[in-house]
Design a protein around this ligand. Structure first.
Ligand SMILES: O=C(O)CCC(=O)C(=O)O
Length: 255
């Protein structure tokens, strides 16, 4: 197919959202796939995230640095009840991803200062099988407005990048292939985005991934353990207060 041999152009999907095709070398892709395989192992392994409405995401995710669960960050993943329900400490955020993400910010924006100031501390590593999707959503649990760096490996996908107001139009679609990076920051940092479709069988097995797509979204959360621990303590107190009130209601006791 001649079209795939032509160099693909850098594209601004929206102000501050830049797609750089073929950004990773084959060796870098191979190394990242091997790292993802190691990160996917227990403890706090790659799992499908359960949503508060009882649904389960079709994408499987392992987190680094901070563990994301709907809709907050913690340092702990909780195994599902059928796996014992244990709390498992999230794996550390690897320094090699700091360097890679800074390089992506520098290349996307041509701004060495912004790249040097970027302090990513979290990555979500997502695995998509042939039918997995991710609906349009915002990455909004981070308190830092610094950009998100998103790397693609394996099968190509349709990536939808929208606006900051609604899940609907206007949005643009881009095909992300193995080795591509998207950086979204500035006015697009809190824009809706998602993956409506995977194109199975389009990846290159030479990177060590025979099927599916891996995506790493690297973020600067701006969170500290003190703030998150205080929020967790407040949440626990609210839950304890609620269960105390409902116990009193059940026994007819006065508050
Ligand atoms: O897989 C992708 O390209 C996007 C992933 C994503 O939006 C996320 O992890 O929040």
């Amino acid at each position: 197919m001649t079209a795939s041999l032509l160099p693909r152009e850098r594209r601004e999907l929206a102000p501050g959202a830049v797609h750089l095709p073929d950004w990773l070398t084959l060796d870098e892709q191979r190394e990242l796939v091997a790292s993802c395989r190691a990160w996917a192992r227990p403890p706090a392994p790659m799992r499908a995230t359960r949503l508060p409405n009882g649904g389960v995401m079709s994408v499987r995710t392992v987190c680094l640095g901070w563990h994301w669960e709907p809709y907050r960050y913690t340092r702990w993943a909780t195994a599902p009840a059928e796996e014992g329900g244990a709390r498992e400490r999230v794996k550390p955020f690897p320094p090699e991803l700091v360097a890679l993400a800074r390089r992506a910010v520098a290349d996307a924006y041509g701004d060495a200062g912004a790249a040097a100031a970027y302090e990513p501390d979290c990555a979500l590593v997502n695995h998509y099988d042939a039918t997995a999707k991710m609906g349009l959503h915002l990455d909004k649990e981070e308190v830092s407005p610094a950009p998100v760096v998103s790397l693609s490996l394996g099968d190509a996908c349709r990536f939808r990048f929208g606006n900051t107001e609604t899940r609907g139009k206007p949005y643009v679609d881009a095909e992300l292939r193995s080795g591509d990076v998207v950086v979204f920051g500035g006015p697009s940092r809190f824009a809706y985005h998602g993956v409506p479709r995977i194109f199975p069988g389009t990846g290159d097995p030479a990177i060590g991934l025979s099927e599916g797509r891996l995506n790493l979204t690297i973020r600067e959360t701006g969170l500290t353990d003190e703030v998150v621990d205080a929020e967790e303590a407040a949440r626990a107190a609210r839950v304890a207060g609620r269960s105390g009130r409902s116990a009193r209601r059940t026994t007819g006791e006065q508050a």
